[in-house]
Design a protein around this ligand. Sequence first.
Ligand SMILES: [Zn+2]
Ligand SMILES: [Zn+2]
Length: 409
Amino acid sequence: MKMSFAGGTDAVGSLGMLLENDEGRYLFDYGLTPAKPPRYPLKVPPTDALFITHSHLDHVGMAPWLCGEYGTSVWGTELTLEISTLLLEDCIKVARLENYAIPYDMSDVRRFVEESTIIRHGDKAHLGDLVIKPLHAGHIPGSSMYRIETPNKELVFTGDINTIDTQLQKRAQPPKCQTLIMESTYAGRPHPPRKKVEEEFISKVEEVLDRKGTVIIPAFAVGRTQEVIQVLSQLDEEMWLDGMGRRVSQIYMKHPECIRDPGALRKAVGNMDFVKTPLQREKALEAPIVVTTSGMLDGGPVMNYLMKRKNDKRSAILLTGYQVEDTNGRTLMDTGSIEIEGEMHRVHCEVCQFDFSAHAGHDELVRFAEGSGAEEVILVHGDKRAELEKDLSRFTKVLLPTDSDIYEQ
Ligand SMILES: [Zn+2]
Ligand SMILES: [Zn+2]
């Protein structure tokens, strides 16, 4: 069996792993890199099946092209497929709005839906002599790793994983395998203890409210918004949710089997007021706390709140995750200014960052690899893989592939 990569080996984005044997060609994830403009992986030859680990665009963003071009069948959990469709449609809308070329359209997204097959954790897919099994990944609701059983060995493709319990997800356990293809987004970067992050976050919110400021919390719609509103649910305050996070939260609640504590999520969503109309946004603009997209301040409703509060020293922007290079969020952290409608604006309110990451940190990745008992570890989906390689010296083989390498498995 041949293994190669369409993208995403040495960077966080555009991940795609291709396996090929005498019977067929199978892809595991096929994402794009959400940048301005987006970057795309290599175009793969006709492919029989695509297995999606989860609904983030760096894992699923190229799937409609594949379905439109070859009629490839798509496999994923029901929740992953549903949220993916939402994000893919949004991706086309954003590309149109920003005038970026995108290699597929709404008819390809429809084809993606038509070609979809639901696979649950615990189910098996038999494709030729491969047996493929999704396992809980702990990253976002519905996310999977894939165990791939071949006649002579077992491989595991992790997609994105988290190995600590969060509000939203139970931790992932390392599955036994011979070859582990592991994400390395946080290679070289440990996380602070989550409990401490939550406490500091809540005390910052309280501090801002005490000085009569407004708290603006930018968060990704998928996963991060729900994590953050669950942390906020301990507060008895008026809180608003604006942007796609509302729709995603409602879809999550239809899938309690994918949520660590469905009752806690329901309570958290129940505590929020939703922005659905311009009038409600007017109200939210005056409210003490708002959670809104986009998480890295690259457009979305958050821009309204930033425009309103940027000169208010009592108010604060609480970033809820890592800010990727070339995003407005990163510019804000590095320079104290942001771009709003093509113009740079100085921001005078407080800016803080909290690490609510849904990825395993450096030490957790090392422990996960060790727990798998693998002989061979293949590191992908990270720009600091060498940092992780240093701590994996006890493995027989550690590989850092590039996008053009081909391995015999
Ligand atoms: Zn992800
Ligand atoms: Zn990812």
